[in-house]
Write a new protein. Sequence first.
Length: 201
Amino acid sequence: MSGDHYFSTEPVASADRRTVVFSAGGRDYSLTSSAGVFSADRLDPGTAVLLRKAELPESDISGVLLDLGCGYGPITCVLANRAGAATVWAVDVNARARALTAENAGRLGLADRVRVVAPDEVPDDLSFAQLWSNPPIRIGKEELHGMLRRWLPRLAPGGVAWLVVARHLGGDSLQRWLAESGWQVERRASQKGYRVLRVTR
């Protein structure tokens, strides 16, 4: 048993590659995953709810979209496939996850519109039309709040963030905290124990 977490920067476990198959937005996806990244064996149930219940971008949306905590890239690949005029920035602290996201985007012919980087590699002046995240709740409340305080203010005017959080892991308290912090928060869906939150200024 290794000490790896999905938020480890450099997983030490053997890669042990595997394939994750899922459908979203009317298309089937087959992505490569690996030990040492988030939900390596299947599409995470929360991510599945997010992709099913949030408003996926329309094909004509432009600008920059952010997948915060991209893992091996399921949200990134769906966003880039749907939004042909947009660029998707895929951000993760986990180097193995970033490599897999880049590989998966390349295999799907999306590499020219996907930028895969560590958090500190995102340009300071870049703003986002949309932010998508199945945030890493298990890093702890203070770290989670710090992450959202860092990234949510980078929404462009009129921008929207879509978050999914398990109810039993604090989805309702996170909604209250966001509202108390001055954000407009709507619970867009509740399914299989997950809350899908739409966040705007």
